[in-house]
Structures are given as structure tokens and as C-alpha cells.
Design a protein around this ligand. Sequence first.
Ligand code: O7M
Length: 212
Amino acid sequence: MVGLILALDVMDRNRAIWLAREVSEYVDYLKVNYPLVLSAGIEIIRELSEIKPVIADFKIADIPYTSSLIARKAFENSAFAVICHGMAGSDTLKAVLDVSDEFGGEVYVVTELSSESEFLRKFSDEIAMLARDIGCHGIIAPATRAERVAQLRKIVGSMKILSPGVGAQGGSVEETIKAGADYIIVGRSIYTSDEPKAVARDIYERIKGLEV
Ligand code: O7M
């Protein structure tokens, strides 16, 4: 299964809802990050969940207790999954996993960022091993470096790989899927377009065309 995730980094509730509806037939999940939640409130997760399952991208990276509170807030508002920074370590990931289990949710772990990420890159293989060994559901791997997606795929086996960095950040849909990503995360290429639906359809068709 390969698919598309819309990164809804817009600052306006109505625009977010409109965009989600507009592209819903081409996306598997909606990813909500701080720009939207800080603008529209946490309830936006619940509202968007009625359109498609929502991944709460809070990049949780705190001590276990605080991290579990953040995760709980996301799941209580109907999030399907939360994203955690693997650099926070095993105790934090376990605390977030425990909360996700209560809700039947999923946890995805950032290995290294699609940007420079010069510090995380030194440990991203180890972060992926940790995410795998403690039972997280997926990892985030950079579409800006397809060779890293391929290497991380070898480490995580059949876990989900979600890859941001296509389009605005220069990554390629085709190279990222061929390297082993399951889902491509796309934001600006879709939501800044005059025709978000057409762009989403195009990316969706390219992804599906590569499905093995
Ligand atoms: O397509 P863009 O560049 O407009 O948006 C990419 C989205 O993916 C945006 O929401 C970023 O916060 C997110 N992202 C990255 O761009 N790079 C990363 O390494 C990790 C993420 C991410 O989603 O982490 C969970």
C-alpha cells in the first residue's frame, strides 16, 4: 500500500476544512502540525477526522510524562496517530506508545529531518532501530535524501515509512517511493496551488502507478 498524506500547514480553519474536502479522494491521511492547531485550536483535529484520519504532528520530544499528556490530548481529540521525535529516547517513545495503545492509535517516529538535520543524521539509524524494537508503527524519513529512505527501509522492515520533502523541498515522488516509502507527505505543492485537487490527483496517480 502506497499513498499520499496532506500536510495541512495552513493557518485558517475554514481553509483547512475546504482543502481537506477538496482533496479527500486522493489522500489517505491529513497531517496537522502546530501552525494549524495554534491558529484554529485542538478541536480542528476532531473536525478534520470526520473527513480523513488525522496524524497529529506535534513532534513530541519531552520527558515521558509530559509527552504522554500531549499524546493523550491528541488522541482525545480523535487523532489517528501522533508523531514523536525519536531523539527523545526510549522512555518517551514507550510512554507515548502506552497512550496510543489505550486509544488503538499509532505512533510514528522522526528519524532525521528532511532539512539539514546535521545532528539527527548521526543517530538516525539507531533511532529507527529503537522505533522498530519497541513496537512503534512507523518512521518519518526524508524524501530529500532517497538513499536514506532506502537505508532506513532495510532497518525497519515492514514498518510504515512516511516521507516528507517532496516538491517544495526538492524531493522526488518517484525516487522516494522507489526507495521504499509507503506514504509521501506533501504540503505546499498542494495547498498553495490554485488547483489543489488537480495537484493532489496528479501526485496520487504517480504514486499509485509505482505500486508493486
Ligand atoms: O511539502 P511541504 O514542504 O510544504 O511540507 C512538508 C511537511 O512535512 C511539513 O508539515 C513539515 O513540518 C513536515 N516534515 C518535513 O517537512 N520534514 C521532516 O523531516 C519531517 C516532517 C514531518 O512531517 O515530520 C513528522
